[in-house]
Design a protein around this ligand. Structure first.
Ligand SMILES: *Cc1c(COP(=O)(O)O)cnc(C)c1O
Length: 387
């Protein structure tokens, strides 16, 4: 039997919630989307939540709302999914990267600061910085927020991994240190809607822009129109928006899943602790947790330490796959993608990202991973390292 690196947990309650919508009048644009939005804002202690058909769309809308355009540059971390950077390219902007911290694999604050100082001299400061809460552990948001005030950039948190996590005793998603926070509800993430995402903010202007652009740039609000409505059917398109809406079928699933998020994350912590205990004596770098964060543990990433093991990364990876363990590598540094070669970035400058890519392996972790399955994974890692 194959053990994947991540998978969804769906209960009978979730199934019933979806079936209720299927039997109702509205499969989309009913009231489940609003209810899920309100529940997310309440859970995260943010003012507003706007659901989308996936997190990539939410990141795109967030960049648009923050005014990203072809004159701008946006910075993110290389160790993320390509969507963290693509969202800026959709707006015609260019992208650059800030190297990671060698212990948390999040954007390094010292690297960010150094790069900002250089960028100020070159008059090429970023419009938006997109920190990614890698594996579900928050970035050092207080420091990034301080830098944003000094260097005048907006902050968009790509928290795709991180619902259910906390930072300085606040839920990730509170938007206390950023303009907008995005979660993903893809099935491998913490809670799921099949496909889905959300943008959270405490800024009413940003919320309105995101909501308008989610639905074709169309409004039915007479106050926003350029003239009085022609009749009750009337709507106006004010900007070139998209159809990035979530269905009510998905929102019902998400609403139901949200009531389990804390249980899911607690279970992920139990599994992480079992890995920590079982692998602690091996020549491996295990996930470091900083004192002011509570991770959602979307991923459990180990790093090979010995040069001999690092040179065998692919062999170890393939050995685990061949034995039914669905390890993965999160992520290929984005600047290595052929599509990004046009930015002519100096790959050697990203020393920590390069080292990470050569040594990281993501192990299976998800609430329904059974302990005997986890023990199989642990035994195979021990065997692989002794080969
Ligand atoms: C999953 C993920 C995304 C994209 O999410 P979708 O909902 O699949 O669009 C973006 N950024 C990161 C860091 C992710 O892990």
């Amino acid at each position: 039997m194959f053990i994947p690196y991540g998978r969804q947990t769906i209960s009978q309650k979730d199934i019933d919630a979806v079936c209720r919508v299927l039997k109702s009048d509205y499969l989309t644009q009913g009231d489940m989307t609003e209810r899920f939005e309100a529940a997310l804002a309440e859970y995260c202690r943010s003012q507003y939540a706007v659901l989308t058909n996936n997190a990539t769309a939410a990141l795109h809308l967030a960049c648009l709302a923050l005014g990203v355009s072809s004159e701008d540059i946006v910075w993110t971390t290389p160790i993320s999914f390509v969507a963290s950077a693509n969202c800026a390219l959709y707006c015609g902007a260019s992208v650059d990267f800030v190297d990671i911290d060698p212990n948390t694999y999040n954007m390094s604050v010292s690297a960010l600061k150094n790069k900002l100082i250089q960028a100020r001299e070159a008059n090429r400061l970023p419009k938006v910085v997109i920190p990614v809460h890698m594996t579900g552990q928050s970035c050092d948001m207080e420091s990034i927020h301080k830098l944003s005030q000094e260097f005048k950039f907006s902050i968009l948190e790509d928290a795709s991994h991180a619902i259910g996590g906390r930072y300085k005793d606040q839920p990730i998603g509170s938007c206390l240190y950023s303009d907008i926070v995005v979660f993903s509800f893809h099935p491998v993430k913490i809670i799921t809607t099949g496909e889905g995402g959300v943008a959270l903010t405490n800024n009413k202007t940003l919320e309105k822009k995101i909501r308008l652009m989610r639905s074709h740039g169309i409004t039915r609000n007479p106050e926003l129109m350029t003239k009085l409505p022609d009749g009750p059917w009337y709507y106006q398109q004010l900007r070139l928006g998209y159809n990035y809406r979530m269905t009510d079928i998905q929102a019902a699933l998400g609403f139901s899943q949200l009531s389990s998020v804390d249980i899911f994350v607690r279970r992920r912590h139990e599994l992480a602790k079992r890995y920590d205990d079982a692998l602690g004596s091996m020549a491996l770098k295990l996930p470091l947790q900083t004192s002011d964060t509570y991770s959602s543990y979307h991923l459990y990433v180990i790093r090979l330490c010995k040069n001999d093991d690092i040179s065998r990364q692919r062999e170890i990876f393939e050995y685990l796959i061949d034995n039914g363990v669905g390890v993965n590598l999160h992520y290929i540094p984005i600047y290595k993608q052929p599509y990004y070669s046009k930015f002519k970035l100096n790959q050697k400058a990203f020393v920590e990202s390069e080292a990470y890519y050569k040594s990281a392996i993501s192990l299976p972790i998800y609430p329904q991973l059974r302990e005997e399955q986890q023990d199989i994974v642990i035994d195979l890692i021990k065997k692989a390292l002794k080969h």
